[in-house]
Design a protein around this ligand. Sequence first.
Ligand code: GRF
Length: 287
Amino acid sequence: MLKKLQERWKVNTLNLVLVIFTFALGGSLCGVAGRRILNFTGMEKGVLWILLYIILITLLWPICVLLISIPLGQYRFFRNYLHKIWNRMAHNETKPVSIAIFASGAGSNAQKIIDKFRRDHSVSIALIVCNKPGAGVLEIAANENIPALLIEKTRFAEGDHYLDELRDKKIDIIILAGFLWKIPVGLINAYPQKIINIHPALLPKYGGKGMYGNRVHQAVIDAREKQSGISIHYVDEIYDHGKIILQASCPVDEHDNADTLAAKVHALEHLHYPDVIADLVKNKNRS
Ligand code: GRF
């Protein structure tokens, strides 16, 4: 139960204790304040008193928890929490779109995606899926208090594809950001047009099995291409093949090597991937 709350609110154990304490103290404080105010009016206890009391504590509660959250260092959490409640009530916002990021590398794209949606309550980055123990992205997951799932190849490729874990987190969209294993057909069928990938070159060239990381950039340089870039695409059963959503390019200069080209491509990825995902989420919310 506490673990679930911690995952939902994306807080560490100490902050979870402080958040619960703030809820409890804020609740009692607004109860006492509400009673004091009504006593001050000299009003008789009755139906009207109860009605006014309910209205008063509804108004006082956010103020009380915010005030208490400041000395306890939880102001940011409560500001976001109240903002979320307000959006749900005022704009009739529905449940957030739940995203799983599949990544097995440093996770710089994962970090940019997390940053993009940090204050956007229509999206929840609910799970990081990784196949490489020690990958940088796992550290990011831990720092951001996002649950991480370390997967094993046979179960992923030939077993149940971890569908139960994805359903448990109510995942709506899967984002591949540096995930090298082929996505099994069973998973593609479970998430039709809901899995997207980013490839660090202008597809259909320089894609396919084994084309990842600096191998891609070296191939582009060896072929004396004048341009490289990124391709964001839906995932189908063939490597780097599904329908393209967006491509963006950068020049390949004469003095570029695989590392300098990788840096340019990475900058393009960070610029465009979070925005493409935001568009996808908007469209999902409309459909
Ligand atoms: C990116 O270049 C992406 O295009 C490719 O894998 C790399 C992941 O980089 N699919 P990072 O782990 O996000 O830094």
